[in-house]
Design a binder for this molecule. Structure first.
Ligand code: NAD
Length: 367
């Protein structure tokens, strides 16, 4: 012990130091001996409204890994909601442990009680390893759940709306790069044809783009190729294709030192989260190479827009789509801001989000 004020650190990080750097409002540690529940709820910012973000269950190797994940993800949700014009803040929850071993009714209901104890300051939804039936159990203990299945009066799978938003963002980026948002005849590579990728491919096929797809799941590839006429390419080959647009729709960090020397596309616009391996450095590199990058958290916000419209009462699909369509204008605004300040588009998007939080925050404080 170095002194009376020395705090126990979670692994090698200090939670208060990290929270201080990232600006979180509240971190809630939830523990229940009887069910084995260990969860962390991160509430990043509630200036615009309650903190919305899914609950992810993962067998984290260390508590530190879980803590970093929840801090990073909840902060990301603040930016995503703010830039999308939603009256929501950013939050996220992580549950630590093996879903196959731990998840059952009492475990999930106990977690629901913790969510409820926050009185609506945090609203949860599905994320990795948390499905519909899990949400049903959580929903038995709290009303602060969204993104419920259609049978439960919810908005159902958000992926088609997410894909539509990505498509809108891609069109805005094409307009910037090529002077027209018409994607017919454009060569587009889509990495990952899961929920988001497959619906995106549908929009592209309808518009007459020449599509190239890859995935680790062979059956999915075959199906999407048969439905859309897209050409199947190898998993690594995708980075070397002579295409106009690259759409990462699988995992994060695919824009990195290696791929940046290989990618031929003038536009990058996809649904995956955290596409830039190093946000600042790779953002700058994209700008210096003249590649138009549509920031991931801006153009993949259709999902959160969709589940947030469920919060207003009766879910209205048309409203969710028309709100998502605004991603086109927002993306254009971000390109303008990036040019006027000579900054990367990712940074411009963050600036726009921060500006809205600051301005609306002042309005909320006024009489
Ligand atoms: P998904 O699991 O349905 O699809 C992902 C696909 O990527 C799968 O088909 C998988 O086989 C494939 N894949 C995995 N590794 C790959 C690799 N190395 N190369 C090529 N393909 C690979 O997930 P999804 O819901 O379509 O989400 C895709 C991405 O979009 C994720 O990063 C997710 O976080 C993000 N996202 C999704 C939504 C949504 O509404 N579903 C919203 C916002 C962001």
């Amino acid at each position: 012990m170095e002194g009376a004020n020395a705090l126990e650190k979670t692994g090698s990080i200090s939670i208060f130091e990290e929270v201080g750097k990232m600006g979180h409002e509240q971190i809630v540690y939830c523990h229940d001996e009887a069910t084995g529940l260990k969860a962390i709820i991160g509430i990043h910012n509630t200036v615009l409204g309650p903190a919305l973000g899914g609950t992810r269950m993962w067998n984290y190797a260390t508590e530190e890994e879980a803590a970093i994940d929840v801090l990073r993800l909840s902060r990301g949700m603040t930016y995503k909601a703010a830039v999308s014009g939603l009256n929501l803040g950013g939050g996220k929850a992580v549950i630590i442990g093996d879903p196959a071993k731990l998840k059952n009714e009492p475990f999930l209901r106990r977690f629901g009680k913790f969510v409820n104890s926050l009185g609506g300051k945090y609203i949860t939804a599905e994320d990795m390893n948390m499905g519909t039936s899990d949400m049903e159990y959580i929903g038995m203990e709290t009303n602060h759940v969204t993104g419920l299945p259609v049978e439960m009066g919810g908005s159902g799978d958000p992926s088609p709306v997410t894909a539509y938003g990505v498509y809108m963002g891609m069109k805005a980026a094409a307009k910037k790069a090529y002077g027209s948002d018409d994607l017919s005849g454009k060569k587009v590579s889509v990495q990952g044809v899961g929920q988001v990728g497959k619906f995106l491919v549908g929009h592209l096929a309808k518009e007459g783009a020449e599509i190239f797809i890859t995935d680790i799941n062979g059956d999915r590839l075959k199906q999407v190729s048969a439905d859309s006429g897209a050409q199947v390419v190898g998993m690594d080959e995708i980075y070397d294709l002579p295409v106009d647009i690259y759409a990462p729709c699988a995992m994060g960090a695919t824009i990195n030192d290696d791929t940046l020397t290989r990618l031929k596309a003038s536009v990058i616009a996809g649904g995956a989260n955290n596409q830039l391996a190093e946000e600042e450095r790779h953002g700058k590199l994209l700008r210096s190479e003249g590649i138009i990058y549509a920031p991931d958290f801006v153009i993949n916000a259709g999902g959160i827009i969709n589940i947030s419209s469920e919060l207003k009462g009766d879910y209205n699909k048309d409203l969710a789509y028309s709100w998502t369509e605004k991603i086109y204008d927002t993306t254009q605004k971000i390109f303008e801001l990036a040019d006027s300040h000579d900054i990367p588009t990712q940074q411009a998007a963050m600036k726009l989000a921060e500006k809205r939080i600051e301005e609306v925050g002042k309005v909320k404080l006024s009489l």
